[in-house]
Design a protein around this ligand. Sequence first.
Ligand code: GLU
Length: 542
Amino acid sequence: MTKREYADILLPGVNHTKEEYEEMYKDRDLPEGAIVTRFAPSPTGFVHIGGLLSSFIARKFAKQTEGVMLLRIEDTDQKRLVENGVSKIIEDLKSFNITFDEGATGEEEYIGNYGPYVQSKRKDIYQAFAKYLIERDLAYPCFMSEEELEEIRKGQEEAKARIGVYGKYAKYRDITIEEALEKINNGEKYIIRFKSPGNFDNKVVVDDAIRGKLEFPENDIDIVIIKGDGLPTYHFAHLVDDHLMKVTHVIRGDEWVSSLPTHVQLFDIFGYKRPTYAHISPLMKKDGETVRKISKRKDPESAVSYYHEQGIPTDAVMIYLMTIANSNFEEWYETNKDKSYMDFEMSFDKVSASGALFDMDKLYNISKNYISTMKAEDLYDKAVEYANEFDKEFYELLTKYKDYSINVLNIEREVERPRKDIESYSNVRREIDYMYDELFNPVYEKKDFYLKELLEYYIDNVYDENDDKQTWFNKIKEMCPKFGFASETKEYKASPDSFKGSVAHACEVIRVAVTGRVQTPDLYEILKLLGKFRIKERIEKF
Ligand code: GLU
């Protein structure tokens, strides 16, 4: 029996050869230096904040080099599938402006000439590549049972040996064709293992674009390449897909660094050019005294949907991620305030090689600054969008009083130092609710200088809607002595005991009466928007 016939028996029903597949996937016609890269999630419907960071970095590099960013769905672990898992991932990424030039566009559909982009649809391709190895005696059927494997692992742990199927543990490495066929005829189950030609005492060097030169012992483990269900393992799919899809840069999480010796070995054996690897460090978080990885299980901020629910602008998240991703971004952004973060030229050598701290306070700070630069109309639109999803009552008010609401949001906005009290769209209500009679339900504090007479006098005799700001303030000053307040702060400070308070205190009385709060943005603007009638009503209520 020839090796080819043997391979046909081990992996029957494969339609094409490796060579035919290579012929089908043509080289890409791209400008020199173009980066072809990919995001390759499992279709779990969940995007981790670390995944957002990696996909963003990949998106950025592809864009700035006029390359290609593709979305490949890695569903070889069929136990982890979630309904609509692909669409959810696409949607989440899109909300952060991460879009793809090629690849999966839904559960079943895709665009591009290098598909299918869902691994479970590529079974034939992987098997063709595995057959190529079998024919060259670089892969073999392994008949070990789960129990046997478990026993080997236990033995290795006890003997403090390296874990894995290699050397004497690779029981079926040298099985003859006749022995294998006999087992198959007896109905014994098998998987296909790579027959590693590596020697653990030799060294292999990989130049990671982020981490620099990495040195490892050569891989000598006979990894599984085709599993019992006929689908490939991650390692083998990585070789086949990234080669055929003409991926130049593999940008991925650093949990794969330790697999590099296996990956480059596979590329070398097939005679393929190794892709450039760029391993992204995980995002870390402070947890009491320690620093640990952000965990899907423990931390709500690990899910990108969280930022949407909290109403943190996607741009703020991206600006923060950019700050984390490239050490020189912050400086650039300071001096290029009119530009978008997408205009920044990212470089691999500036990507942090150690886990960066992801700090929610820092993000909120960025968010606050970002919102402070938004036009009132834009903030209004975002607040409406947010409220429509998460706060129907507020949504009704915002849309019922549209122009009024925009004016409220515009207070202290287009000024040199705009207000920075709103740190997320979910915060808008908390910051401006007192401007809506429907939501105005204050609990007033009592203070000695909160004089009812002052308020009544003010609304009946002083307040005039047509006054400009200076006149308005001067009139309050003029009124001060009548009620025992100092017109000038200096005057009050010089002898506080001779007064009930200063002009600032007088303003506080008015402010508290009409807003229920000690601190608000510009009182003059607030009064103007409320209008005399509502001010009077509120004073009476007070
Ligand atoms: N499916 C792998 C993961 O989610 C992809 C890693 C890669 O980008 O190669 O970790």
